[in-house]
Design a protein around this ligand. Structure first.
Ligand SMILES: [Ca+2]
Length: 403
């Protein structure tokens, strides 16, 4: 899970209320002065009529701490929902659906609770042919992250057998938080990208994120179609280095990248990196680059008025504690139902429940609030038409729709 701070929800909600009240007052003054169109553009970055709503996508289904929603990359219109304890449920993607099947039950293998659990899932790009899927979970004794492949049962398309597990990678974990967990195949290269948090505690006491001899605090990139259990892609930045750096590393300097995604149009890799005590950030990740943690938190030096930022890639956007407490990375919108949102990065905050859209032209980022919710937004998802869904940690899946 993304959240790593000890938070009192009453206090947080109070802060948000005061912040909103101020914002609404300012908005009212501007509306009185300029009319409605100018303030809407000014404050929300969009023209009137371009806001969103959400609706319960599966009102007859609830879930136990869902942390991910994925649509089968075939014509079966099936939804797969990850529950943190280690269960993947599968069901028809239809609002009237009233029952599910357990696709995979890993509860006997998973260490769950807090930020531990079944945290990531990805279909192989050729899933419809080979039936391969990949998961990221934490396991006990010793505490570690496990990335494994499973295979769909030959005769039961809604079942994957636990016994089909093929372990790809295991990474020993020093603490119980900051596990990252996102998995995704690159749309252009077919390699598996893996989010690894810094290993936990607070402030990255072991210095993992800046240590390229550790897999913690990184985004990894491996080729699961070559080698056993995997191969290092020829253009990985630290392949064949002479410094002892891990060749799996694609980029480094992350604290807890909680959800990344590829923009299928541009190929850009977008990530939300959860902050320590002050700044939540959004990064666009390129191979070989250093995203700053634990030297920097957002655009600021961490725990210091100054620091050497040479070679560090700043986020494209960050936000502070009055706006949210724990970022949940989302997706660049490429659907059809909300055309004005096309190309904007839609993301949220786990604690505050706010959903925003970030517009980025390569140099300037413009952030616009879309909707305030009371949901604990644990993850976003997209369907086969690139429409957006939200995983609410307290049990339901929502779809984002035009207002
Ligand atoms: Ca950073």
């Amino acid at each position: 899970m993304p959240i790593t701070k000890n938070t009192a929800s009453f206090t947080l909600k109070s802060v948000r209320f005061l912040s909103n009240r101020k914002l609404k007052f300012i908005l009212l003054v501007v509306i009185i002065t300029f009319g409605i169109t100018v303030p809407l553009v000014l404050f929300f970055g969009f023209t009137p009529g371009s806001l969103i709503t959400i609706e319960n996508a599966f009102p007859n289904l609830n879930f136990n701490h869902p942390v991910g929603i994925y649509i089968a990359p075939d014509s079966t219109n099936r939804c797969f929902v990850l529950e943190q304890a280690g269960i993947i449920k599968v069901f028809e993607n239809n609002q009237t659906t009233a029952s599910y099947e357990v696709f995979l039950n890993l509860t006997s293998k998973v260490a769950a609770g807090g930020e531990l659990g079944l945290l990531g899932f990805a279909f192989h790009p050729n899933f419809s042919i080979n039936g391969f899927l990949y998961v990221d979970y934490t396991a006990p004794g010793p505490l570690r992250t496990v990335i494994s492949r499973f295979k769909v049962d030959d005769s039961l398309p809604n079942k994957a057998n636990v016994s089909s597990e093929f372990i790809i990678l295991e990474v020993t974990q020093p603490y119980s938080n900051h596990k990252g967990g996102q998995l995704a195949f690159g749309p252009n290269d077919g390699y598996l990208y893996i989010a690894m948090g810094d290993g936990g505690s607070g402030g990255d006491p072991l210095g993992n994120a800046q240590n390229r001899s550790s897999l913690l605090g990184k985004v990894l990139r491996i080729d699961v179609d070559s080698g056993l259990p995997y191969a290092i892609p020829a253009d990985n930045p630290f392949r064949n280095n002479s410094f002892g750096y891990c060749a799996e590393i694609w980029a480094y300097g992350f604290r807890n990248p909680w959800r990344f995604s590829f923009d299928t149009e541009t190929g850009w890799l977008w990530a939300g990196d959860v902050g320590q005590n002050s700044w939540e950030e959004i990064d666009i990740i390129s191979g070989g680059m250093n995203y700053g943690w634990n030297i920097m938190e957002g655009f600021q030096c961490y725990n210091s008025p100054s620091c050497n930022t040479t070679g560090l890639v700043p986020p494209i956007f960050d936000y502070g504690r009055t706006v949210g407490h724990s970022i949940t990375g989302g997706f660049v919108y490429r659907g059809a139902e909300l055309p004005w949102l096309t190309g904007k990065y839609v993301y949220g905050d786990f604690v505050f429940g706010t959903i925003w859209a970030l517009e980025y032209d390569g140099s300037q980022a413009i952030n616009s609030p879309l909707l305030e919710t009371n949901l604990l937004i644990s993850s976003f998802g997209v369907d086969q038409n690139n429409e957006l869904y939200i995983c609410a940690y307290n049990g339901f899946i929502y779809k984002i729709l035009p207002l």
